[in-house]
Structures are given as structure tokens and as C-alpha cells.
Write a protein that binds this ligand. Sequence first.
Ligand code: ADP
Length: 161
Amino acid sequence: MRTAVFPGSFDPITLGHVDIINRAMPLFDRLILAIGENSRKKSLFSVEERMEWLRDIYQSEESVEVRSYSGLTIDFCRQCGASFLVRGLRSTLDFEYEKTIAQLNHSLEDGIDTIFLVSEPKYSHISSTIVREILINRGDASPFLHGKVASKIMGALGRQQ
Ligand code: ADP
């Protein structure tokens, strides 16, 4: 079975993530969406909220699982029996950063390769950071969010659509 882990903060999930997930799904038998719990990185939304939104979007996809993990991503991949990591690339900045992490991960575990999917141009300007900024300032972030969860995400900060 071809298993991949797509790790991220998903704080919150955006249409950019959705694009990468939808394109990764047909490539693997099992795709694990994994929210990394990083005690040094302050998130806007709780892990539970972020997991709920991922599950809401992918509930009818049998090959997709939603999990959270702490510790090294490569250790989580080993636990899951995953041979692939999926990451999205928006720009050369992403590439430079992701290349280093992928090389590091491969040197730690040569049985796990990172597969990069390049963002659709229409999503390449979208980031969770920008979406959080819009939400904190009570703007309308719905153009960047999946329709199934947009109102929940916006409501989570006390704003109604
Ligand atoms: P992290 O904190 O691990 O970077 P993110 O949730 O910000 O987690 O991103 C997870 C992955 O999704 C990364 O590979 C990132 O490059 C990718 N990603 C985020 N936004 C987009 C987008 N708009 N288009 C393509 N890939 C994206």
C-alpha cells in the first residue's frame, strides 16, 4: 500500500492546501493529513478545531485520514508506515526551505521521499498566515477557504459571515 503523509500546521486549512491535497489523493492509496503540534510555534486555532475542519472537508474520502503528531515528522511517517511525504510549493522561497527539509529528512531515513506539488497559480498567493491576519482583523477570508468550513473558521473567532 502506497502511504503518504502531508504534514502541516493547517492553521487554518486554506484553498491552497485543498488544491495540493486533491491532487495528492489519486497518487496514493492512503493519504494522512497530519497536524504537527509544535510547542514553540503559537497557533491561532486549537489542534482539535483544525482536525475537525480537515475531517469536515474529507469525510467522504476513504483514502484520507486526519491525525495529529508531535516530535519528528520522519518518526511519525515511520509509525504510519508511510514512504512518502507531500509538500506544496508556491515560490522559490518555499523551494529553498523545503529542499533543505527534504534533504535532511532523506538523510535521516532514506526509505522516505518527499514529493512536491507545485501550486496552481491562482492559489500561490494564499497562505495560512495571510488568512489569520484577515481573520484577526475581522476581514472576509471566505475567498481563501473551502466552502464547507468557511463559516466555521470565521465563526471560531466570533465573526459571523
Ligand atoms: P507548515 O507550518 O508546515 O509550513 P502549512 O500549513 O503552512 O504548514 O503548510 C503545509 C504545506 O502546505 C507546505 O508544504 C506549504 O508549502 C503548503 N502550502 C500552503 N499553502 C499553499 C498554497 N497556497 N499552495 C500550495 N501549497 C501550499
